[in-house]
Design a protein around this ligand. Structure first.
Ligand code: FAQ
Length: 322
């Protein structure tokens, strides 16, 4: 049996597991940097899912039909579920969910830039499903092969549900595009507003992404930000043609030499500004999240009191003290 007590042995075992494309599990030794990077990424991801309920939640009471309302409610609830899986995955790394929530509310941890834009019309619900969930799938399918077991496994179910989200968005837009001239214009206007923010979801360009190189070595990330952005552009263009909408980018064209579409540069100063908390809806998002957290205090207190009572009852029957 291998002696894995010495730190170098532990490091070697970790390196071998990564090189063999096997999973690191919570019980395994891992370098501090690996744990820290994962907590950062998984927490940001969890926060994004929870904050991401708000833009579409804004339209729940104004959905145009019972069918649309039922679909939208199911989708928004799915996002809550994704947040919970991800907070649980972060907890397997030693993070505390309450602490992560506090960091989000205090602006010490990030969430995806995309959720700082307002949803102005019902077409935004369709465009979020099509483009935002579409971008999320593009980014998250490779994360099903991420080296950390609980994160990778959570992503499998999340991606299945995101696929339904993407389809419902596309179907909503296809329906509107078969409607009136005003509906078609509403869809195009929403696409114009969301296209560039959707491209920014993949993160800064590779040469300005401080975390990519190490995260790729650790196989937390499987592709760079630019690789995934390119994949998203290429897959979105034929879908836009089917819908009959265009993207607001004059530089978008097929490049036969690269076998991929060329496209323009997103406004990275806008991205940085949004990430710093200056997006059009940033203050509203965090204010709402804080209010929901404060309003839920009695539920947490009740759950805690119940758990304590159960523990005492268990100790009395078994004669143990915990
Ligand atoms: N927004 O060095 P990198 C969804 C930060 S879920 C804000 O490239 P990394 C489902 C980054 O954290 C959407 N900040 O970082 C849904 C880092 O800051 P830090 C969320 C961003 O981690 C749909 C700094 O910039 N998905 O949509 C963003 O290697 C519809 C430097 O960047 C995930 O979280 C951004 N867009 O790569 C829900 C997927 N991009 O921490 C509701 C998992 C970068 O050093 C409705 N995450 N930053 O201070 C990832 O794949 C990666 O974390 C990236 C960023 C690719 C997002």
């Amino acid at each position: 049996m291998t002696n894995v007590e010495a730190p170098q042995d532990l490091q070697n075992l970790f390196d071998e597991t990564i090189a063999a494309d096997q999973r690191i599990e919570p019980r395994d030794w891992m370098p501090d940097g690996y744990r820290k990077t994962l907590i950062r990424q998984v927490a940001q991801h969890a926060h994004s899912e929870i904050i991401g309920m708000q833009p579409e939640g804004n339209w729940l009471t104004r959905a145009p039909s019972l069918r649309r309302k039922a679909i939208l409610m199911a989708k928004v609830q799915d996002e809550a579920g994704h947040g919970l899986y991800l907070y649980s995955a972060a907890e397997t790394l030693g993070a505390d969910r309450g602490d992560l929530t506090t960091k989000l509310i205090e602006g010490k941890q990030k969430y995806s830039s995309i959720f700082n834009y307002p949803t102005l019309t019902y077409a935004d619900v369709g465009v979020i499903g099509w483009l935002v969930d579409g971008a999320a799938i593009c980014n998250q399918v490779p994360l099903c092969r991420s080296s950390f077991g609980p994160y990778a496994r959570a992503m499998i179910r999340v991606c299945k549900e995101e696929s339904f989200h993407q389809r419902q968005g596309f179907e909503l837009l296809a329906t509107m595009m078969r409607g009136t001239e005003a509906q078609r214009a509403m869809v195009q206007e929403a696409v114009d507003r969301w296209w560039w923010p959707a491209l920014m979801m993949f993160g800064p360009p590779d040469d300005e992404s401080p975390n990519t190189e190490q995260s790729m070595k650790w196989r937390i990330k499987r592709h760079t930000n630019d690789e995934l952005r390119q994949r998203f552009v290429d897959m979105s263009i034929p879908q836009a043609e089917i819908l009959g909408v265009t993207f607001p980018d004059p530089d978008l064209r097929w490049n036969p030499e690269r076998g991929a579409h060329d496209f323009g540069e997103p406004d990275w100063s806008e991205f940085m500004d949004v990430v710093r908390g200056n997006g059009a809806a940033s203050v509203e998002r965090i204010t709402n999240r804080k209010a929901a957290h404060d309003n839920g205090a009695w539920v947490r207190d009740a759950a805690y009191a119940f758990a304590q009572r159960e523990r005492l009852a268990h100790d009395r029957t078994t004669g143990e003290t915990s």
